[in-house]
Design a protein around this ligand. Structure first.
Ligand code: DP6
Length: 340
């Protein structure tokens, strides 16, 4: 096949992206092949956790080599190749790539490494092939690799639309508010470092097939999105706290009602949620959210972060508590910034 990409290499670039945490959750797909969601979602992009990825295409190479945190990983390599195929298709090339990626936080433990991972991969891969893509186009491509990655293209408060079109070109993320405009902080309580048992895609699939609450989930999402959007634009912490906890608990109730039920929490997860609610009752501006894993993310006002961290550290079963602010979207970094 005749390469359309600029024939003057090197076809090499690196990018960094931060994970995001959904406040109004994405759960369920309307099209598995294009990875289109049944519902829209709203998230915050973090700042001190990151994935750094470098991609180097070699015209004569016929395969991809993938290293994650210095190790080759077969299962991830398949997803990486599928993702790079979308970029190769855009560029009209069939070149193999060497991909090296590093996270500064535990992978597959409910900390959304796929969001930052695929946002960084799409950005670096597009730059390596000299594709001139808009943020919206990058978001669409990242979405096809992992839904939540569509949101990590942008910083701060981000909404990802479920979209109406069958081809998914309108299922794209857009920024709602900059991180600096409302710099909330997040404490992440790690309650287990084991890889999660049931991945998001499989969990969503089981939920759609077996949960009796699936249609109620879809029917009530628009109202939650509107409430959260208004709370963010008004910087109304209490309103955002109530709607975010509601969306989190509703997603878990939906998943728990599957057959067999999906139980992403452990005892410490539950205890952390109670601790966060007790703090809020005492007037501390904090709320929790939990994704498809046992970690608890406590979102709070900057003035409350030390108190929130101390309270979570005190919960039996909490192994560690990280602390992060809200950050920017994906960006290019120096080539060779990542060790293979
Ligand atoms: C619970 O983005 O990991 O974190 O599209 O199948 O890759 P795929 O799923 P993924 O799902 C994230 C689910 C969630 C909620 C959210 O981030 O909105």
């Amino acid at each position: 096949r005749e390469p359309r990409a600029d024939a003057h290499g090197p076809f090499h670039a690196a990018s960094q992206a931060q994970p995001n945490i959904a406040l109004i959750k994405y759960w369920g797909k309307r099209d598995a092949a294009l990875n289109l969601p049944v519902v829209g979602s709203i998230s915050i992009t973090l700042d001190s956790l990151w994935t750094r990825t470098q991609v180097r295409f070699t015209p004569e190479q016929t395969y991809d080599r993938v290293s994650l945190n210095g190790r080759s990983d077969e299962a991830e390599a398949k997803r990486v190749t599928a993702c790079l195929n979308l970029l190769r298709e855009r560029a009209g090339v069939a070149w193999g790539a060497d991909v090296a990626s590093q996270n500064n936080f535990p992978t597959a433990a409910g900390l959304a490494s796929s969001a930052s991972g695929f946002a960084a991969l799409v950005h670096a891969g597009a730059n390596a092939l000299n594709l001139q893509l808009s943020d919206a186009e990058l978001s669409v491509l990242a979405r096809r690799c992992s839904g939540s990655a569509a949101r990590s293209i942008f910083g701060g408060y981000v909404e990802w639309a479920h979209g109406q079109r069958a081809d998914g070109t309108d299922s794209v993320a857009t920024p709602l508010l900059d991180a600096d405009a409302w710099p909330l902080r997040v404490a992440v309580a790690i309650t287990s470092t084991a890889a999660k048992q049931i991945g998001s895609s499989e969990g969503m699939n089981r939920t759609a097939r077996t949960s009796p609450y699936q249609s109620a989930w879809i029917d009530t999402q628009e109202a939650d999105l509107a409430t959260a959007r208004d709370a963010i634009h008004a910087r109304d912490f209490d309103a955002l706290a109530l709607i975010s906890e509601h969306s989190c608990l509703k997603m878990h109730a939906l998943a728990m009602a599957s057959q067999p039920g999906l139980l992403y929490w452990n005892g410490a997860t539950m205890e952390c949620m109670h601790r966060v609610r007790a703090l809020r009752q005492q007037g501390v501006p904090v709320f929790f959210t939990v994704d498809a894993g046992p970690q608890v993310k406590a979102v709070c006002a900057p003035s409350a972060i030390e108190q929130v961290k101390a309270a979570l550290r005190d919960v039996p079963g909490v192994l560690d508590v990280h602390d992060t602010g809200l950050g920017a979207g994906v960006r290019a970094i120096a080539k060779d910034a990542v060790e293979a």
